[in-house]
Design a binder for this molecule. Structure first.
Ligand code: PRT
Ligand code: ZN
Length: 284
């Protein structure tokens, strides 16, 4: 038995999806065609597909699991379950209008025409906000629609915002925050379920490691208590004496989000020789 996973064939999710498998210790066979391959060291078969097709393939159990953006998942509205948010492919689905428009809230959209490749999500957004607007579905280059007179507003994916800026548009509402997620078919048998659990265990260890850093520093003994208070560690920090009397080496784990703030406090408290090292895997 091999667990079949569908990932994007090429595009914005491809590199990170392959990297996730690799970081989970799942080696892919090279030299097989680009439609599918398998792993030498894990019971997994990998299908490379258009991202738009992945929810359907997983619903139909052609693939057992898949990696896809939430934006695509919710738009396609298929019967699959989200197993885990993966922390990459982050973007938002937003409403944008011409930069010089006087936008005064969602009511602005009443009677307007909105161009998008996400008609279902836009319809749900309009219904939720009790707005009556016309949805104009197009298949790409949505950002040019207002400029050529095709629509008054657009709903499209945004990450840095530079595409909107380059097209004279401004972002005015967020319809959805999105990231890549692992989805599954609801009818896996016991053996498939077991392989999925194993894969998930590894994904969670990789995610934890990505969110944390290993930190080593030297501290004068009289400042040790103060410095230890700042470092939670997995249980508590490790403290080892240095060869030089009166000094200790402190080892701990820091969350990425608190990183810069804590580093500054540590320096102010007298810590020296601070080293920060990426963690490869983390199992707690
Ligand atoms: O060929 P296939 O159908 O598989 O790929 P695709 O062309 O449909 O999708 P692709 O590869 O562009 O994106 C895959 C997924 O990446 C999306 O479904 C999102 O979940 C995620 N993602 C993250 C993004 C972006 N960020 C993103 N910025 N997808 C698209 N964009 C586009 C956006 O449409 C706009 O054109 O980038 C532009 C905006 O970017 P900024 O940085 O200028 O704001
Ligand atoms: Zn696509």
């Amino acid at each position: 038995m091999k667990l079949k996973i569908a990932i994007q064939k090429s595009g914005r999710l491809y590199d990170e999806s392959v990297k996730l498998l690799k970081d989970c210790g799942i080696d892919l066979k090279n030299g097989v065609n680009k439609l599918k391959t398998e792993s030498d060291n894990f019971p997994m078969e990998i299908y490379f597909l258009r991202d738009d097709d992945i929810p359907q393939y997983v619903e139909d159990a052609v693939a057992d699991i898949g990696i896809v953006g939430e934006n695509v998942l919710y738009e396609k509205n298929k019967k699959v379950d989200i197993v885990e948010r993966l922390g990459f492919g982050k973007c938002r689905l937003s409403v944008a209008v011409g930069r010089s428009e006087q936008y005064d809230g969602v009511g602005y959209l009443n009677g307007k025409r909105i161009a998008t490749t996400y008609p279902l999500l836009v319809q749900q957004f309009l219904e939720k906000n009790k707005v009556d607007a016309e949805i104009h579905e197009i298949s790409g280059s949505v950002e040019i629609a207002p400029g050529i007179g095709l629509a008054h507003a657009i709903v499209d994916l945004v990450s840095s915002g530079s595409t909107l800026l380059a097209n004279g548009l401004k972002e005015v509402e967020t319809v959805l925050q999105s990231q890549a997620v692992l989805i599954r078919n609801g009818r896996l048998d016991a053996e498939q379920q077991q392989v999925l659990e194993k894969f998930l265990f590894r994904i969670r260890a990789v995610k934890k490691a990505r969110n944390n850093k290993y930190i080593l520093l030297n501290a004068p003994n009289e400042k040790l208590q103060e410095i230890i208070q700042m470092l939670p560690g997995m249980k508590s920090p490790t403290v080892l004496p240095l060869a030089e009397p009166g000094w200790s080496s402190v080892h701990s784990v820091l969350n990425e989000n608190d990183f810069w703030e804590i580093i500054e406090k540590l320096k102010d408290a007298g810590a020296q020789g601070i080293l920060v090292i990426p963690i490869e895997k983390m199992v707690i």
